[in-house]
Design a protein. Structure first.
Ligand code: NAD
Length: 408
C-alpha cells in the first residue's frame, strides 16, 4: 500500500478511535526518515531507515532487501510496525529499514559488505534502547549476525540486544523460526472457539516460512489441510493432504505441485476452494473485489502482509466472514523478537516451552482486546484492531508531549 493510502485509511478510522485532528496529523508523520547511498564494489544502493513513532518505546522493525524498495514503501511498513507492536502490547514503537537491491545478484561477499555498510551508515541512530532492527524479506539470521558484529566493532561494546532474528549461537531465541506461524495458530484457535466453527478444513496460499510451518502446526493441532500452493501452483484434496509428504516433495523438487497424488489447482482457485479457513501466506493484494464474493471460508487468517484489498475487505465484512488481520495474525514474529531482546538484556536463555507459553499469552490477550471492540454488524475485526492500537499510541503520545520528553 502506498503511503498516501495509509494516510487516507488513518483519516477514515481516526474518528472511531476518538483521535483529534492534531493527533491524526502527528500519527501520519514519521519522526525521522534517514537515507544513505550504500556503495559496494563501485555500485550505489539507496538505503533507508524510517523511525515512525516511539511514543510507546524504542523503534522496532526489520530491514528489507528488494529491488522495489522505496522510501514510500518503507514509510508504510514503518507505520504498520507502530500499529503491530501496539496491538500486541509490546513496549516498542515502529520503524523499518530497506535497501533497493536485488540480493540474488550479489555474491555472498558483496551481501556481507552491503549489510555492514548499512550499519555504518545508520548506527548512530540505532541501538538496543533506540531502534532495534530485525530480518524482513530477503534478510536472514546470518545477515543479522554480520550487522551485530559491525555494530559492536563501531561501538566497542557487546550489544546482542541491538538486533533480533540472530542465529541461536549469537543470542537468538528459540522458536523464532516458527514464531509467525505459531502466533497465527494461537489467534486462529481463539477465533474458532469464539465463533464455534466445527469444520476445520484449511487452504493455505504460499509454502515458505509462514505457510509451510502453518500447514505443519495446524496438522498437529487436528486441522485438515485441504489445499496448499506456491509460486508454481497448488494441490487440493478434500480429504486432507499428507503435509509431511508435501514438505518432503517441496524440499526435494522445489514445488508442491510435484506432489502428484492430488488434484492440481491454480493459486486463484485455491482462494475460492471448498474450505472453512483460508490462510493467505504469500503475496499482498490477492483477495480482491473480483474474488471476495466467491470465497467460501468463514475465517480468513492473514499470515501474509496486506493480502486483502480495501474493497475486498468491505465485501468480506458485509458477508460476515471473519478476517483476522495481518497486524494481529502475523505478529508472532515480532513478539518472539521482543522475547529475544528481553533475553539478551537480562542475559538469559529461555526454554522452547517458556517461549511458546509466553507467545500464547501475548497472542490470546491481543485477540481478546480486539474481540471486545469488534462487532459483526458495524466494526470489522481489522477496524477494531486499529482502534485498539491507535488509542494506545495516542495515549502514550499525549503523555510524551505533555512532559515534553524527547527520546533519541
Ligand atoms: P517465503 O519467501 O519464505 O515464502 C513465500 C512463499 O510464497 C513461497 O512458497 C513462494 O513460492 C510463494 N509464492 C510466491 N509467489 C506466489 C504466488 N504468485 N502465488 C502463490 N504463492 C506464491 O516468505 P515468508 O517468510 O513465508 O513470507 C510470506 C508472507 O508472510 C509475506 O507476506 C511476509 O511479509 C509475511 N510475513 C512473514 C513473516 C515471517 O516471519 N516469515 C512475518 C510476518 C509476515
Amino acid at each position: 500500500m502506498s503511503f498516501a493510502n495509509v494516510i487516507q485509511f488513518l483519516e477514515k478510522i481516526a474518528p472511531l478511535a476518538n483521535l483529534s485532528k492534531k493527533e491524526v496529523k502527528l500519527l501520519q508523520t514519521p519522526n525521522r526518515v534517514l537515507k544513505a547511498d550504500l556503495v559496494v564494489n563501485g555500485k550505489k544502493y539507496p538505503a533507508y531507515r524510517v523511525q515512525f513513532n516511539n511514543a510507546r518505546g524504542p523503534y522496532k522493525g526489520g530491514i528489507r532487501y528488494h529491488p522495489e524498495v522505496s522510501e514510500d514503501e518503507v514509510k508504510s511498513l514503518a507505520f504498520w510496525m507502530t500499529i503491530k507492536t501496539a496491538v500486541t502490547d509490546l513496549p516498542y514503537g515502529g520503524g523499518k529499514g530497506g535497501v533497493t537491491v536485488d540480493p540474488k545478484k550479489l555474491s555472498k561477499k558483496e551481501l556481507e559488505e552491503l549489510s555492514r555498510t548499512y550499519v555504518r551508515a545508520f548506527y548512530k541512530n540505532l541501538g538496543p534502547d533506540t531502534d532495534i532492527p530485525a530480518p524482513d524479506v530477503y534478510t536472514t539470521p546470518e545477515i543479522m549476525g554480520w550487522m551485530l558484529d559491525e555494530y559492536q566493532k563501531l561501538t566497542g561494546k557487546k550489544a546482542p540486544a541491538f538486533i533480533t532474528g540472530k542465529p541461536l549461537e549469537l543470542g537468538g531465541s528459540k522458536v523464532r523460526n516458527i514464531a509467525t506461524a505459531l502466533g497465527g495458530v494461537y489467534v486462529l484457535e481463539e477465533a474458532v472457539k469464539k465463533i464455534g466453527l466445527k469444520e476445520k478444513k484449511v487452504a493455505i496460499q504460499g509454502f515458505g516460512n509462514a505457510g509451510m510451518n502453518m500447514a505443519k502446526l495446524l496438522g498437529e493441532h487436528g486441522y485438515s489441510i485441504v489445499a496448499v500452493s506456491d509460486s508454481k501452483g497448488g494441490i487440493y484434496d478434500p480429504k486432507g493432504l499428507n503435509i509431511d509428504e508435501v514438505i518432503r516433495v517441496k524440499e526435494s523438487k522445489g514445488t508442491v505441485v510435484e506432489y502428484t497424488k492430488n488434484r492440481k489447482i491454480s493459486n486463484e482457485d485455491l482462494l475460492e476452494s471448498n474450505c472453512s479457513i483460508l490462510i493467505p501466506s504469500a503475496l499482498s493484494g490477492v483477495i480482491t473485489k473480483e474474488n471476495a464474493a466467491k470465497i467460501k471460508a468463514k475465517i480468513v487468517l492473514e499470515l501474509a502482509n496486506g493480502p486483502t484489498t480495501p474493497e475486498a475487505d468491505q465485501i468480506l465484512s458485509t458477508r460476515k466472514v471473519l478476517v483476522l488481520p495481518d497486524i494481529l495474525a502475523n505478529a508472532g514474529g515480532v513478539t518472539v523478537s521482543y522475547f529475544e531482546w528481553v533475553q539478551n538484556k537480562k542475559n538469559e536463555s529461555w526454554s522452547e516451552q517458556e517461549v511458546k507459553k509466553k507467545l500464547q499469552e501475548k497472542m490470546i490477550s491481543a485477540f481478546q482486546q480486539i474481540w471486545k471492540e469488534f462487532s459483526y454488524d458495524n466494526k470489522s475485526f481489522r477496524t477494531a484492531a486499529y482502534i485498539v492500537a491507535l488509542k494506545k499510541i495516542a495515549a502514550a503520545q499525549k503523555i510524551k508531549n505533555k512532559n515534553k520528553v524527547e527520546f533519541k
